[in-house]
Design a protein around this ligand. Sequence first.
Ligand code: F3S
Length: 742
Amino acid sequence: MGKIVVADNAGFCFGVKRAVDAVYELAVKKDGRNIYTLGELIHNENVTNELASLGVRTLKDPEELNDSEDCIVVIRSHGIPKDVLDKLSSAKCEIVDLTCPFVKRIHDLVAEASSDNIIIIGKEDHPEVVGIKGWAGSRSVYIINSIEEAESLPEMDSAVLVAQTTSTLSLWDSIINVLRPRISELKEYNTICDTTLKRQHEAEYLAKNSDVVIVIGGKHSSNTEKLYSLCKNYCARTFHIDNIEELSIEKIANDDIISLIAGASTPNRIIMEVKNRMSDVLEQGTREVINEENASVAGEVAEAVNEVEEKVEAVEETAKEEQAEVAEAADNTVAEADASAADSPENEEDFASQLEKTFSYIRRGQLVTGTIIQISDSEICVNINYKSDGIIKKENLSAKGDENPMEMFSVGDTIEAEVVSLNDGEGNVELSRKSIESKLKWKNLVDNLEEDKIYTVKVDKVVKGGVVSKLEGYEAFIPASQMSLKYVEDLSEFVGQDIDVTILDVDKKQRRFVLSRKAVLQKEADEQEKKLYESFTKGDKVTGKIKRLTNFGAFVDIGGVDGLLHITDISWVKVKSPQDVLKTGDEIEVLILNVDPDKKRISLGLKQLSPKPWDLAKEKYPVGSIVEGKVVRILPFGAFVSLEPTIDGLVHVSQITNRRLEKVEEELRVGDVVKAKVMGVDPSKKRITLSMRALIPEEKKETKEETEDNENFKFEIPPVDSATSTLADFFPKAESESETEE
Ligand code: F3S
């Protein structure tokens, strides 16, 4: 069976593509003004007709233009002479100058030439050559297109030599061989476009290795014509067709190796049409196994194709590496490249590389945004600011794969898509929106993840270590430990159930989630608990059950939450251990001392529900009453007698008996139980003064003076021996209580 090879450099070149895209864009915008192109935008009837249907008219002559009309005039990639440009500039119209920067470069070279003689290699009547000539000013211009014409040039000492961008390298080489010896100051500028050279080189190679070469392109296209004659030299069965209608199937055998080559003004669509038609022919005809001769040619062609593919891959790789470097340059406009070229006209290579940098670089997997320039019911063609257009096939347009592109989009719409391949085999960039849909969906989902957002998912099945589910269509795993607040023995009870979850982790590489139901339950429980804490108010009296005793207090359940009854808040009397006074399970009434819902803390008090002992001291121990207590401490100035656990009274040494004592111990020992009369009570200072002597009958008193002493007794705290004692030593219980109150 035969084989079809499409040239890698087939179809629109950079300059043509730039012009065609721009005009389609203008036509789609339809701002109400007429759009004219000066001459056919490109030498391709199909494109011209299509643009005409969009309202773009072609002016054969600039004179046809009405100077007063507010319109848009497009200068095609061939460029125009300077005087025509000047005339247009003075008219009312808007000029859209789409002269290819490579051509513009020649205009500049000619306009700034240091010689009075300009030699142009090219076709005299070709618009590009006419345009170049128009920038030479008053210099003498010689247009030659053969060795003979070069030889017949008049004598001259100096000249500037340029070439039409689509000239052939062999013609250039031949002509300079003629001119160099003849012109002493010959400034040569090889202005043949690099794209043209590559195209010619590839065409030659394919023609040498094919049975049939089909050159597709307009009959008036100079570069297509050159490709045709070049291929004809190497392949006798070379045919030039404008479009598919001119394809003569009879000329092709179904075991032919066929190369498809196209000029710079041939749209990819036409190349594809021809290719598809040829494929059909080969498939429908009698299939024969490739004979040995053809097999070897097929192999070489395949090798050539492989070479091209390898080159493409290498370019992709380089593009990746250089992308950062080139990105800045890629942002520059072509106009900037022009300006840059004008600055250094001598350096052609620099200019070409600078211009090259104005192309966008793309790579497989990259997201690109473009403008839709064509829609059919099977695909969308997108201008992605790349040297080739992007094609999104219907099946790659959406996840459904069967939607009609024409119903989804319109020409002029902006569309985002992913690069699937830089060459779909037909010279276009293969794009997919289907893949981007899922990428965008994932990106959107991940970008908008909220930390605490709750999702409802259905549990699909139990797997090792947990259950699996789907979140927004993506795989999700819930570990067993995240299924509940408590351990769950059998996870199968959740299968088929809708459960609320939050996202614990995102596996961006695998596009998977790890979820947690426990986090949701915990959050709910925390919120409920917080509300409960908030329902308690400082100063409330509540009843609770002692849940747990510790060394520092008791935890009391006061209705769903535990409060802490600290050891110092159990009693006014110093408590050594909560176990001494409280029992787990006992119900007690407590006072809320403090509530902190955020920290989930409630402080409780028990002693605060009973009055302070000293507050009752005046009532319980009125002056003149007789009290009984145990001597708990003896100091040089008297003895302390405990009246109750938190209240001690002081019997001054002079009030122990009716005789003068040198030492308290002469009459009292710690532990003695004594009776005394209350002589004074001062609750604010926590002091009760006592007198044992006041209880001794009158007749036993020894002297009148002593009786008077007794009657005039007034307690004064003796000076404290700072070396041995502190005030706390004198009133141990009072101080202890004071600490408790704090
Ligand atoms: Fe420009 Fe070269 Fe095309 S000169 S128009 S890019 S063939």
